[in-house]
Design a protein around this ligand. Structure first.
Ligand SMILES: Nc1nc2c(c(=O)[nH]1)N[C@H]1C(S)=C(S)[C@@H](COP(=O)(O)O)O[C@H]1N2
Ligand SMILES: [Mo]
Length: 363
């Protein structure tokens, strides 16, 4: 394994591709380590992060969740009262809607995710719906708005991070109020002491540092709901809201990496390739295909890990010397397949084009 297929100092181009602001965002918002895709549950400290503003440090003993607005019985709950509710633990794959953004042309300027904005955790909490019911929402309610404690500016607009769900969406989703992650209390950067988890939807719906739920008799028009997280093709396009996760898959990169280029060195011969595939809305994965030596070949799927969690796939490859590009693409049970090029949108959302990995196979 000592012969190097990589040139010393090759590919260290000085041309800046990403702006300083994008690199600064990438330093704050870490992504998954693809070599850990073998783990059914992403080790907690390696779960991706997406924090729009600053991480608030909140004490569970002081934190409360307020229900206000168009409820007939508005109330406030302490963390102790929330944690005394019926408890469930659910494995859920969370993915940022911006995953794949850096691969869109032209690249929208925001967090420059390539492939790594995804992870699976065992989330512990209590169902949201019964606690909303207890506050007696009026029949006229159109939206429930969920507000984080975090506050900042985007495009000049000051706001608490806030997202909404309609009463029909709440009824159809298994949303949880969550205080635990992988058997431990939530970490500050993942929303401690309380967050929402909306299984099957992109991560933006899973509001962290949840402090207030407001029932509205109009549609919620907060920045993170109405201004962003929409599929828009031009500036004046009203767009469609980003909701469920689109089908996607990743490869655990085989062999060993080159530090700078991340290209892989693989020994010729049989190679066991594996990875993960997932879709949104609780729809199972039906098929994963892997591009090997120019042909898409069907991988084997492991049994599903849960309705909202990713599925492991594997395939054997006879690697022959030379440079190869391998790729994978999944199809879900609703018949959605990853497109070779995802449709462009201004926000760079839901780019689920196949994951491609370049490998140098050596004898
Ligand atoms: N309050 C609050 N909630 C938030 C965010 C945020 O910035 N503030 N980011 C959202 C986005 S865009 C994503 S992808 C997920 C990321 O959750 P994680 O950092 O725990 O992986 O949290 C969501 N919830
Ligand atoms: Mo996100």
């Amino acid at each position: 394994m000592r012969d190097s297929p990589f040139q010393p100092g090759a590919a260290r181009a000085a041309t800046p591709e990403f702006t300083r602001a994008e690199v600064a965002l990438a330093n704050r918002n870490s992504g998954a380590l693809l070599e850990l895709l073998d783990c059914d549950i992403t080790p907690t400290g390696t779960h991706y992060l997406l924090n729009h503003f600053d991480v608030p440090v909140l004490r569970a003993q002081d934190h409360v969740l307020e229900f206000d607005g168009a409820f007939d019985a508005p109330y406030t709950l302490s963390m102790a009262e929330i944690m005394a509710q019926p408890q469930v633990t659910l494995p859920v794959t969370l993915e940022c809607a911006g995953n794949g953004r850096a691969g869109m042309e032209p690249r929208p300027l925001s967090m420059p995710w390539m492939y790594e904005a995804v992870g699976t955790s065992d989330w512990t909490g209590t169902p949201l719906a019964p606690l909303l019911e207890r506050a007696k929402p009026r029949g006229s309610v159109q939206d429930f708005a969920f507000f984080g404690v975090d506050f900042g500016y985007d495009k000049g607009i000051p706001h608490h991070y806030g997202r909404s769900l309609t009463p029909a969406e709440v009824a159809g989703l298994d949303a949880l109020l969550v205080w635990g992650m992988n058997g431990a209390p939530l970490l500050p950067q993942h929303g401690a002491p309380l967050r929402l988890i909306v299984p099957g939807w992109y991560g933006m719906a899973s509001v962290k540092w949840l402090g207030r739920i407001t029932a509205l008799e109009t549609r919620f028009d907060g920045f993170q709901q109405a201004e962003t997280y929409r599929f828009r093709t031009h500036k004046d396009d009203e767009g469609r809201p980003v909701t469920q996760i689109h089908v996607r898959s990743l490869i655990k990169p085989p062999g060993v990496p080159d530090w700078f280029s991340r290209m892989r060195r693989v020994q010729a011969g049989p190679v066991a390739l594996s990875g993960r595939a997932w879709s949104g809305g609780g729809v199972p994965i039906a098929k994963v295909e892997v591009l090997l030596d120019g042909a898409w070949q069907q991988a084997q799927l492991a049994p599903p890990q849960g309705r909202y969690a990713w599925t492991r796939w594997q395939i054997d490859w006879q690697a022959t010397p030379g440079q190869h590009e391998i790729a994978c693409r999944a199809t879900d049970a609703a018949g959605n397949t990853q497109p070779l090029t995802a449709p462009y949108n201004l926000g760079g959302f839901a780019n689920n084009a196949p994951h491609r990995v370049t490998v140098e196979v050596v004898d």
